[in-house]
Design a protein around this ligand. Structure first.
Ligand SMILES: [Zn+2]
Length: 140
């Protein structure tokens, strides 16, 4: 039967202790083992912190890229072709990730098809591009 630690720490008692003690209060658990477990827990936390940092770095929009995003204007076919050329160059140079490039290319193609078909373009497409690819545009 599951119970709380009889040490009064509020933790869940372990099966190994016969549901008497939590891992940390159990006198049967070697102190060095507890120390190691604590160390391991600390490492996991550090790893998690590193991961969060990495994600934040990735999410940080590149100012140069954001400035370029602001210049994106898909007014006509020529403008879209120019954009696609610029995009290809940026992907090749590595200043735009493959993921960003694929998304932008897909949206540009959509816009091009809409223009060729004489349909009004999907609403606020340029804004969607900025927000999804660069994480900016919301404040503008
Ligand atoms: Zn306890």
């Amino acid at each position: 039967m599951k119970a709380l630690c009889s040490g009064g720490c509020g933790r869940q008692a372990t099966k190994a202790s016969g549901w008497l003690w939590c891992y940390w209060c159990d006198p049967a658990v070697d102190e060095s083992k507890k120390l190691q477990a604590r160390k391991h827990g600390g490492q996991m936390t550090k790893q998690a912190a590193e991961l969060v940092k990495t994600v934040q770095v990735v999410r940080q929009p590149d100012p140069e890229l954001a400035a370029w995003a602001d210049t994106i204007a898909w007014a006509d076919e020529a403008a879209i072709h120019a954009f696609q050329l610029e995009l290809a160059k940026r992907i090749a140079k590595g200043t735009v990730t493959t993921e960003q490039g694929q998304l932008l290319e897909r949206l540009a193609s959509k816009k091009l098809k809409a223009l060729q078909a004489g349909r009004p373009s999907p609403r606020a497409l340029e804004k969607v591009v900025k927000v999804m690819a660069f994480g900016t545009g919301g404040a503008a």
